[in-house]
Design a protein around this ligand. Structure first.
Ligand code: PEP
Ligand code: MN
Length: 355
C-alpha cells in the first residue's frame, strides 16, 4: 500500500502520518518513506489494513491519496503510476539529452569492454555515425573465469568520459560494488547493474540512494522471475531514485544453440505491470551476431523502448564477447530497420495505407 501526502506537508504532519500508520499496521511492519516530486511517498508491504484503518488514514489532512496495489512491488507498479516513465539521460553542454521511454527507440551501442583509448575512440565515432544515441562499454567486467580480461577499471571510466567529450554521446557502464557507485556515477550517465548483481541488495540500495540520482539500467538476473526483477527495481526506487530502466537480456534455458533464451513476451507483460521503460539486449540474449538483427527488429515490434547492442570494429579480436558483437555497418542497418518498425507501430496512418 502506498500513501502519498499533499505537496508541502510539514515535517510534523509527515511524522503524524507515519505514526498513525504504525499504530494501524503495527510497529513491527517496515515502512519506507521517500520524497517524489515534492510529496512524501510512504510504502508498507501488502494491503492488510481494514476499511476503518484505511478511512482513518485517508481522512488525515496531509494525505492526498492512498494506492492499494495487488502486487508485492509498489512504486514501480502501473497501479501507482499509470503513465509511462520517461528518463532523461546526459548533461553534456552542447549535446541534446536522450530520452528513454518515449515512442522513438533508443539505440545504445559500443564494445562489451573498454580495451584501449584507440579501440574505444574508433568504436565510439563509428557507432555515433551509425545512429547510436548512447555509448556502452564495460570498465569493470563481471567475468565467469578469474583468468579472463577483467576490464581496465578506473582507466576505462576515464576513457569513457573522453569518448563522451569527443562524440557528445552519453555513456553507460557497469558498476559491480556498492563502494564503487560514487566513482562510477562521476563518469557515467547511466549506471548498469548487471545480471549477476540483480539481487545484490546493498548495490541496489547504493545506486538508489546516490545523490546524483543517475539513471540505472537494471538487467534481468540469469534466472530471475519477472516479480523478482521488479522487486529489485523497487529497491532502487524505494531508496530514492525513480530513474530505472529495465533490460531483458535473456534467461538460462536448456538449449545450447543460443547463449540464453530471449524472453520477448516479458516486454508487453512488463508494460502491463510497470511504468518503467524496457530495453532489450539481443547480444547477450543470443550470443550469436547473426541472430542479432532479427531479434532487434522483433524486440522493437514487441514494444521495447530501445536496444543495447554490443558493437566492435573488429569483433573477432574483441577481448570480451566478440562472438555476439556486430559491426558498425550492421548497427546502421539495424537502426534504420528498427526505426521503421517503431514508426509502423505508432503511426495510425500506416493502417490506412495498407488498407
Ligand atoms: C554486459 O552488458 O556486458 C554484461 C556483462 O551483461 P549481463 O550482465 O547481461 O551478462
Ligand atoms: Mn558483454
Amino acid at each position: 500500500m502506498i500513501i502519498v501526502t499533499r505537496s508541502q506537508v510539514t515535517g510534523a504532519e509527515h511524522r503524524q502520518v507515519i505514526e498513525l500508520l504504525q499504530q494501524l499496521a503495527g510497529s513491527q511492519r517496515p515502512i519506507s518513506a521517500i520524497t517524489m516530486q515534492g510529496r512524501q511517498v510512504i510504502c508498507i508491504d501488502g494491503n492488510s489494513l481494514d476499511a476503518q484503518a484505511h478511512a482513518a488514514l485517508s481522512q488525515h489532512n496531509a494525505v492526498e491519496r492512498i494506492v492499494s496495489t495487488s502486487t508485492p512491488y509498489q512504486l514501480v507498479s502501473r497501479a501507482f503510476q499509470s503513465e509511462d516513465s520517461v528518463i532523461v539521460v546526459g548533461d553534456l553542454p552542447g549535446s541534446p539529452p536522450v530520452t528513454i521511454g518515449g515512442a522513438a527507440p533508443v539505440m545504445i551501442a559500443g564494445p562489451c569492454a573498454v580495451e584501449s583509448r584507440e579501440q574505444l575512440m574508433e568504436i565510439a565515432r563509428a557507432v555515433k555515425d551509425a545512429g547510436a544515441q548512447v555509448l556502452r562499454g564495460g570498465a569493470f567486467k563481471p567475468r565467469t573465469s578469474p583468468y579472463q580480461f577483467q576490464g581496465l577499471g578506473i582507466e576505462g571510466l576515464q576513457l569513457l568520459a573522453e569518448a563522451r567529450e569527443a562524440t557528445g554521446l552519453p555513456v553507460i557502464t557497469e558498476v559491480m560494488e556498492p563502494e564503487m557507485v560514487d566513482v562510477v556515477a562521476q563518469y557515467a550517465d547511466i549506471l548498469q547493474i548487471g545480471s549477476r548483481n540483480m539481487q545484490n541488495f546493498p548495490l541496489l540500495r547504493a545506486a538508489g540512494s546516490h545523490p546524483s540520482r543517475r539513471p540505472v539500467m537494471l538487467k534481468r538476473g540469469l534466472a530471475s522471475t519477472i516479480d523478482e526483477w521488479l522487486l529489485a527495481a523497487e529497491y532502487i526506487v524505494a531508496a530514492g531514485n525513480p530513474n530505472v530502466i529495465l533490460c531483458e537480456r535473456g534467461i538460462r534455458s536448456f538449449d545450447t544453440h543460443t547463449r540464453n533464451l530471449l524472453d520477448l513476451a516479458c516486454v508487453p507483460l512488463l508494460h502491463e505491470l510497470t511504468h518503467l521503460p524496457v530495453i532489450v539486449d539481443p547480444s547477450h540474449a543470443t550470443g550469436r551476431r547473426e541472430l542479432v538483427p532479427t531479434m532487434s527488429r522483433a524486440a522493437i515490434a514487441a514494444g521495447a523502448h530501445g536496444l543495447i547492442l554490443e558493437t566492435h570494429t573488429d569483433p573477432n579480436s574483441a577481448l570480451c564477447d566478440g562472438r555476439q558483437s556486430i559491426t558498425p555497418a550492421q548497427l546502421r542497418i539495424i537502426t534504420q530497420q528498427t526505426r521503421l518498425v517503431a514508426q509502423i507501430m505508432s503511426d495510425p496512418a500506416v493502417l490506412d495505407y495498407v488498407a
